[in-house]
Design a protein around this ligand. Structure first.
Ligand code: NAP
Length: 538
């Protein structure tokens, strides 16, 4: 395809938090011709699709937003500590309109494949509408948790009731009133949805495979005085979250959980428990993620809370996590989750003690030899995280190689933003970057800014392609794995470890750097400052 005409400078796939800012940055800062393709009928990404009852963000609203629009930081008023899904969607719609972004977005259109043409050095991008366009740069802004995991339960096609996956929930909502409802899964999504559904349903049966450690969210209206003080300090907040470990204003206690007295430890943990939110997980004792004994004492605190809250000791026992270290699976934030199991209309079916799900029947779910009759089943079974959304793009790099071929034993990337053999492809919050282990907007903005600078630099220096060298990439993969191998994270069957999808190669998906988000940012900036060290530019 030598001499092919170039339709766009860049194609961006996805119009969520990442795609919106990527378009803004490339179009309005660099003046590029950009097209965004989005499968949904509007902007929002995660917040467009995940409309299940109780869906809200687990990061505090004052940091779950863009920081590049300083005026909007001052103008926008979040109503609650954790923004609810409709409010975040309203925010993203507002940003898209305010910056006139929709004119370069094509909705209801899924990218079905793209191949790099080695003669023209352009990407050919195909959509489900039958179009093919060419672009110099291809930017995957597809999100980390967008490829639904719907386990192939035997008999699902026989079920006479209605069923939904939380990540593809009907836009019209679902009325659970007077219904017998089953929820499959007890991850962060289910922990938000279960208390809400239990309030409406006649009966709720929760099918649990692994019990989860949960900490109260303690949501509430935003105190206007606090909001005002934060607005006055936004420059400081932005600096702090960018330099922090998790993109949040949370800092480890610089002590071992084992070096302090029980009394002191209980006081520290009480403070975090009472404050609610991610502080308990991300601002805990510094050895909690490394030392099993330190982890045990923190986990014990949470187990005691479950026993105190859940009235039936047998149910409390089933809800008590076992067999993995606290914090190595994503910490759900809850509002009356454990309390919900005290309700007369709620039944817990635990795979380990009652028996696993065997099949879906015409009337409901059979688990442990017993059939539970249901009108509605809600699958809160999560995602094929991080690598799933990228593989679903069916990309072909140099020599026609696919990501499936390239990633046989798990992801191989350089800095989580680029892949050897896939020139001019950038992956926003891709595998082996901090991504899901951070407050997402912080990591998204960092990647978008880095990509924008990189493209600007290439244009100024007359380069047409950039791609990491296989050596730099393998060094990064080694580094990612060396770091995580020092922690307890590898012991859990979590989606971080790719363990939720049968057959997915066991590999840690994000990057848990020694200095977190702040250290990773420094590393990316150093790479750029050294003339894109580890990359080949042609
Ligand atoms: P998840 O954490 O992967 O949880 C899925 C649940 O389904 C788990 O309890 C899992 O059990 C169960 N499950 C999966 N396959 C199953 C099978 N074949 N049979 C029985 N049970 C099965 O998914 P999620 O709850 O949707 O959350 C995913 C991520 O999305 C979160 O970790 C978080 O990062 C993000 N999220 C964010 C927010 C927020 O900030 N607002 C809210 C919700 C979710 P196992 O534990 O045994 O695998």
């Amino acid at each position: 395809m030598a001499g092919a005409t170039q339709d766009f400078d860049a194609v961006v796939i996805g119009a969520g938090f990442s795609g919106i800012y990527m378009l803004k940055s490339l179009r309005d800062k660099l003046g590029l011709k950009v097209r965004v393709y989005e499968a949904g009928d509007s902007v929002g990404g995660t917040w467009y699709w995940n409309r299940y009852p109780g869906a809200r963000c687990d990061s505090d609203s004052y940091i779950y937003c863009y920081t590049w629009d300083k005026q909007l930081l001052q103008e926008w008023e979040w109503s609650e500590r954790y923004p609810e899904q409709p409010e975040i969607l309203r925010y993203l719609e507002h940003v898209a309109q305010r910056h006139d972004l929709k004119r370069d977005m094509v909705f209801n259109t899924r990218v079905t494949g793209a191949e790099f043409d080695e003669a023209s050095n352009l990407w050919n991008v195909h959509t489900d509408k039958g179009d093919t366009v060419t672009a110099r740069y291809l930017i995957a802004a597809v999100g980390s948790l967008s490829e639904t995991n719907m386990p192939p339960f035997k008999g699902l096609e026989k079920f006479k009731g209605k069923w939904y996956h939380t990540s593809r929930f009907p836009h019209t909502g679902v009325d659970f009133t007077a219904k017998r409802v089953g929820v499959v899964g007890t991850g962060a999504t289910a922990v938000q949805a279960i208390p809400e559904i239990a309030q409406q349903a006649k009966q709720l049966v929760v099918f649990q495979r692994t019990a989860n450690y949960c900490v109260p969210a303690r949501n509430g209206k935003v105190d206007p005085e606090l909001a005002k003080a934060r607005k006055a300090d936004y420059d400081g907040i932005v600096k702090r979250i960018r330099e922090s470990f998790f993109g949040q204003e949370h800092y480890f206690i610089p002590k071992s959980a084992l070096e302090v007295s029980r009394e002191e430890r209980e006081q520290e943990l009480d403070k975090r428990w009472d404050a609610g939110g991610f502080a308990f997980w991300l601002a805990n004792y510094q050895d909690m993620f490394f030392n099993q004994k330190a982890n045990d004492v923190v986990a014990d605190y949470l187990k005691r809370k479950i026993r105190k809250t859940v009235k039936d000791p047998a149910v409390a026992e089933k809800l008590t996590p076992k067999g993995y270290a606290y914090g190595t699976k994503r910490q759900p934030l809850d509002t009356n989750y454990f309390e919900t199991f005290n309700k007369d209309n709620v039944v817990l079916v635990d795979a380990k003690t009652d028996g696993p799900i065997e099949e879906i029947t015409e009337k409901g779910i059979r688990a442990g030899g017993k059939e539970y009759e249901l009108d509605i089943i809600v699958f809160a079974t999560g995602f094929d995280a991080m690598t799933g959304p990228l593989k679903a793009l069916h990309l072909k790099g140099r020599g026609g190689r696919t990501l499936d071929e390239h990633w046989v034993d798990g992801p191989h990337t350089y800095l989580g933003i680029s892949i050897a053999g896939f020139p001019n492809l950038f992956t926003i919050t891709g595998p082996q970057s901090p991504s899901v282990l951070s407050n997402m907007p912080v990591s998204i903005e960092q990647h978008v800014d880095w990509i924008t600078d990189c493209i600007e630099n290439m244009r100024k220096s007359g380069k047409t392609t950039i791609e990491p060298t296989p050596q730099a990439q393998e060094q990064w993969v080694k580094h990612v794995n060396e770091i995580v191998n020092m922690t307890l994270m590898t012991g859990a069957n979590s989606w971080y470890m790719s363990a939720n999808i049968p057959g997915k190669p066991r590999a840690f998906l994000p990057y848990l750097g020694p200095e977190g988000v702040g250290g990773y940012r420094k590393k990316c900036d150093e790479v750029a400052a050294k003339g894109y060290e580890g990359f080949e530019l042609a």
